[in-house]
Design a binder for this molecule. Structure first.
Ligand code: NI
Length: 137
């Protein structure tokens, strides 16, 4: 972690009041931590838009009894083997599976993979958690 830097911010009273109630609900220890997290979130978005190498996690919930779903999801993942670092499969109950796919690569390719997996018939839930390598922060 780099050195902490202090700076002054002027903000409308009403906005600050709303922000303080927001950070209280989120249980942030300080305003500084809350503001820092918001800035990092924006930088992550920016990094994804710039198209640099990013990381992420795709999570999926599906019923493995659904016709051909396991083969389809595996085929898609093999088409994107170069951006997949690792995956883990958890059997939730008799029918349902939870799978996480950890990815690293160009944002367009990762979004494409995420959309293909999400669009597979039988996938009940899918989410892409976007992160960055952290090198530029
Ligand atoms: Ni399973």
């Amino acid at each position: 972690m780099s050195r902490l830097k202090r700076f002054g911010v002027s903000i409308e009273e009403k906005v600050l009041k709303n922000f303080d109630s927001y950070i209280k609900k989120k249980k942030y220890p300080t305003r500084s931590k809350a503001i820092s997290d918001l800035i990092v979130k924006e930088l992550v978005k920016h990094e994804w838009l710039k198209g640099n190498t990013v990381v992420g996690v795709i999570s999926l919930v599906y019923n493995h009894h659904k016709r051909d779903i396991v083969e389809k999801l595996t085929d898609i993942q093999h088409d994107f083997y170069d951006v997949i670092i690792s995956s883990q499969h958890i059997h939730l109950d008799h029918n349902n599976c939870f799978e996480i796919v950890i990815v690293r690569g160009k944002p367009d390719k990762i979004k494409n993979l995420s959309e293909k997996l999400a669009g597979t018939k039988g996938v009940k839930y899918s989410n892409l958690t976007a992160a960055i390598t952290g090198k530029n922060i």
